[in-house]
Design a protein around this ligand. Structure first.
Ligand code: ZN
Length: 91
């Protein structure tokens, strides 16, 4: 059989949605300025990335570990009119 046994996170999500009992969905975020409810973006301030490398004998660097330290604030924006919607996300 050629069927793959490894399932991706996307697959797991699809199975969860198909379950026959009702799932409570979070109230949708709608931009009060342009009524956009589809595209948003997040701006993370004061983030420190620490990347640990191992140098191979041929001089190439191999990533061993990545650490992210977020001090914030994290701001949430409308992807259409770029209004700051951080207060809607915190609900
Ligand atoms: Zn908007």
């Amino acid at each position: 059989m050629a069927e793959k046994t490894i399932s991706s996170p996307f697959r797991i999500h699809k199975i969860t949605v198909k379950k026959p009992f009702p799932i409570k969905y979070k109230e949708k975020i709608v931009c009060p300025y342009c009524k956009n409810s589809e595209e948003f973006y997040e701006l993370i301030e004061n983030a420190t990335f620490i990347i640990h490398y191992f140098q191979n004998e041929n001089g190439t660097l191999e990533t061993l570990e990545e650490e992210v330290e977020i001090l914030g604030p994290i701001r949430f924006f409308c992807g259409n009119c770029h209004a700051d919607l951080s207060y809607l996300r915190e609900k």
